[in-house]
Design a protein around this ligand. Sequence first.
Ligand code: ZN
Length: 85
Amino acid sequence: MLRAMAAIDVHVTGGGTILNGEVKEDGKTVARCSLCSKEVEASAAIGAAHACAACLRDRLDALSVARFRLQQSRSGSLPWGKVTG
Ligand SMILES: [Zn+2]
């Protein structure tokens, strides 16, 4: 029960599942993404949902963009059109 709240649970279509490093081979496994509602090659659990690599990547990109835009705006008066120097 190590870090049970942050379990890393991955499904691989036609391969099986890996839960916190514990491999369970199962050729009948079908990985599905809760976000784009597709059958995918592999998915990772996020809470009760499962997400594919493309959806996770989109969100990672969004995190970076949001951090960049919002943390910049906090330090200055305007987040855009800021004159450098
Ligand atoms: Zn997806």
